[in-house]
Ligand binder design. Structure first.
Ligand SMILES: Nc1ncnc2c1ncn2[C@@H]1O[C@H](COP(=O)(O)OP(=O)(O)OP(=O)(O)O)[C@@H](O)[C@H]1O
Length: 291
């Protein structure tokens, strides 16, 4: 369904955009229907940039992104099937609109011909699907709702569209532990309905809990990807190993990875910079500084 093919993103930075910065470098992966793929990597590795490109919020510099074989075309038809939910739910709402107005806007934009009574029923059902009581949330402004309630309303909003793909970018990082599990379980239900989810996170345990496949990003490039069980149980790249064993190390800087003297994968080649080490388990050259 979603195919990210050799995608690169170069930002213009510096005064008057005189310099460039490659945030994402020839990245390829896909997300299939009914599958959660988690995109993990440290801060600044390019995860959100990938999410934004898929959502059409920032243009791709080179490469292509397609959904069901069609190049993305940001617009009403695209956003009917592809939506994003972000870290800070408060920023996704207009503070002067009550929740019911938010849902009315979806009807105006996407389903103007649906009768009002039917729409009301659909909205109430979507809100109940995310385990909220419509009578308790619909008449409220965003500041009268909790972060967890707002996050669930965003998911309910997505459920009202004919959604195929959800980009969930750090959606649980502002939630407490029990609400976090609720939201994760909601995502699991979405996937059971056939939705594809790209779950962007730097919380490895959450990615492990939810995702069939994991993509590990480092400085804009994929260093390892494959079945979550393979990546977590048999990490091949030193960076993945470092991520998985990350515990607070006050004395050692994060970038202190010892490249191995010889690279197991480099000499053996590989497609797109990644070698298929096991079926469906890809790894980049481990000689980090040289490749
Ligand atoms: N609009 C922009 N203009 C210039 N540089 C940007 C822009 N957006 C992001 N960057 C840079 O691109 C790199 C990747 O940023 P991105 O937000 O995609 O990383 P991330 O992995 O999502 O990080 P985090 O986990 O902290 O959200 C960073 O170095 C960031 O400073």
């Amino acid at each position: 369904m979603l195919k990210v093919d050799n995608v690169t993103k170069v930002y213009k930075v510096g005064t008057f955009g005189g310099r460039t910065m490659t945030a994402v470098d020839t990245v390829s992966f896909d997300v299939r229907p009914g599958e959660v793929v988690s995109l993990i990597g440290e801060s600044g590795s390019g995860k959100s940039t990938i999410g934004k490109m898929i959502l059409g919020l920032t243009p791709v510099t080179s490469g292509s992104i397609t959904v069901d074989g069609v190049p993305i075309q940001p617009g009403k038809d695209y956003y009917r099937t592809v939506q994003g939910v972000f870290q800070d739910p408060f920023s996704c709402y207009n503070p002067v609109f009550k929740a019911d107005r938010v849902f009315a806007l979806i009807k105006e934009s996407y389903y103007p011909s649906v009768p009002d009574a039917e729409w009301t029923e659909r909205v109430r059902s979507a809100i109940q699907d995310v385990r909220l009581n419509p009578d308790e949330v619909l008449g409220k402004f965003p500041h009268q709702l909790s972060g967890g309630q707002l996050q669930r309303l965003l998911i309910a909003r997505a459920l009202l569209l004919d959604l195929k793909l959800l980009i969930a970018d750090e959606i649980t990082s502002m939630l407490d532990a029990s609400t976090r599990i609720d939201v994760l379980n909601l995502l699991a239900e979405l996937k059971a309905r056939g939705l594809g989810v790209l779950y962007v996170t730097h919380d490895l345990s959450l990615g492990h809990y939810l995702a069939e496949r994991t993509v590990v990003l480092r400085r804009g490039t994929i260093v390892e990807m494959g079945l979550t069980s393979k990546v977590f149980d048999d990490p091949l790249h030193p960076y993945t190993r470092q991520l998985l064993s990350a515990v607070p190390r006050l004395h050692a800087p994060w970038d202190d990875i010892e490249p191995p003297a010889t690279c197991l994968y480099h000499e053996r080649g590989g497609v797109g910079g990644l070698l298929e080490a096991d079926p469906g388990h890809y790894v980049a050259c481990a000689q980090l500084s040289d490749c």
